[in-house]
Ligand binder design. Structure first.
Ligand code: NAD
Length: 393
């Protein structure tokens, strides 16, 4: 089978096994080309390990710190003539590379919100690692079946209060147009908090603490985004922002619970990047297209792997952490610098379909998007006839 990208809106329904492996290799190559992190964690659990910021975190932990890693994700293996999801290929590639380096790596695919998956992780930690030093919470999901009530919560990406009239980008067609985004009601907002808020993070820590899986000095981080005022009406001041605000509450509750292992929980604010999750948020692709152009011009652009490496060497395991007044670890300073935001704002006010190429980096955005699914990687023969069932990567 010759595997080509099949794009449906903001998702690509195919993934290229060799391209995904090349993408994992490129990220490993970046990390091994940097200075190693001597004081980094040695036993790490990453929830949401198969793509985006979670995969980058697993790669930095393993190849930057020499850590044993346990990864959890929700990915689909290949079936009949359908390719697997990109995350499934990423997991396989990561696992093969880590094992070849003598690093322990185990991946559990299943619903991280469930009690069953939590128990499987606890068992794997007990059997293979003893305890963990770091838990990275990097799940991004549209649904969560609540493990206590059985209720299926569906998150929505909507503004709050009133209709938001805004510019947005049809990435496929390269057209800038205007949309009206209708506000969420109370039930939708609560459902979004149930899916993307801090309750599941707390459940994870409670379960792991009760099982004695947390090492002394244990740390946990949960990733969040705040962004600039351009995206606030659809992000930070919207349903997703309400869910993310709940992480602050959870971080305080978790930190209080971690006293006996001298542990800490921190919400960590990261920059905007292209991932499967962020591609689904209206307005964000247009904002990212302008932001990337400006940050590339100014030499401060980072993708997931560069950004997470910097998180580990500065805020997490280095000396130079920037903490805000709520106690969040901030890595988004470069994105939010006024020299960047003033220019993004200026471009935003005039951007239209005709000048998008000149003001934005649509090409870079599209390339990042395709790379998420293993397409457009250098050195990969995309004309090769492959068996999508093969995990020979
Ligand atoms: P992503 O879509 O690339 O990855 C999501 C991960 O969650 C995947 O590994 C997926 O398999 C896993 N997952 C989803 N549902 C699951 C389930 N039920 N059980 C187990 N695993 C499940 O997402 P991302 O953009 O890397 O987001 C990760 C975190 O980073 C989120 O909290 C997000 O808000 C935050 N963040 C993202 C950005 C951005 O621009 N993408 C910026 C700042 C912060």
């Amino acid at each position: 089978m010759i595997i080509k990208p099949r794009i449906r809106g903001f998702i690509c329904t195919t993934a290229h096994p060799l391209g995904c492996a090349a993408n994992v290799d490129a990220q490993i190559g970046y990390v091994t080309g940097q200075v190693g992190i001597a004081d980094g964690p040695k036993r790490v659990l990453v929830l949401g390990a198969s793509g985006g910021y979670g995969l980058a975190s697993r790669i930095v932990a393993a190849f930057g710190c020499g850590a044993s890693t346990l990864g959890v994700s929700f990915e689909r293996p290949p079936r009949d003539s359908r390719t697997a999801t990109a995350g499934w290929y990423n997991n396989h590639a990561f696992q093969a590379r880590a094992t070849a380096q003598g690093l322990y790596a185990k991946t559990l695919d299943g619903d991280a919100f469930s009690d069953e998956l939590k128990q499987q992780v606890i068992d794997a930690i007990a059997a293979d690692l003893g305890q963990i030093d770091l838990l990275v919470y990097s799940l991004a999901s549209p649904v969560r079946q609540h493990p206590r009530t059985g209720e299926l919560h569906r998150s929505v990406i909507k503004p709050l209060g009133e209709t938001f009239h805004v510019k947005t980008l049809n990435v496929d067609k390269g057209i800038v147009h205007e949309v009206d985004l209708e506000p969420a009601d109370k039930a939708e907002t609560e459902a979004t908090v149930a899916v993307m808020g801090g309750e599941d993070w707390e459940y994870w820590i409670n379960a792991l603490a009760e099982a004695g899986s947390l090492a002394n000095g244990f740390r946990t981080v949960s990733y969040t985004y705040i962004g600039s005022e351009l995206t606030w009406p659809i992000y930070w001041h919207a349903t997703l922002g309400k869910a993310k605000e709940d992480l602050d509450r959870a971080a305080a509750a978790i930190s209080a619970r971690l006293g006996d292992v001298d542990g800490t929980a921190q919400v960590t604010v990261l920059k905007a990047v292209v991932t499967q999750a962020s591609s689904a948020i209206p307005v964000v692709p247009l904002y990212n297209t302008l932001l990337f152009a400006v940050m590339k011009d100014q030499g401060s652009h980072e993708g997931c792997i560069e950004h997470v490496y910097r998180l580990f060497v500065s805020g997490l395991y280095g000396a130079s952490s920037e903490i805000d007044d709520v106690g969040r670890l901030r890595l988004d300073g470069w994105e939010l610098a006024s020299v960047v935001q003033d220019e993004v704002l200026r471009r935003w006010s005039v951007v239209c379909t005709e000048n998008l190429e000149e003001l934005g980096d649509l090409e870079g955005f599209r390339a990042d998007f395709l790379r998420l699914f293993g397409f457009g990687m250098e050195g990969v023969d995309y004309t090769a006839d492959l068996d999508p069932m093969s995990s020979e990567l």
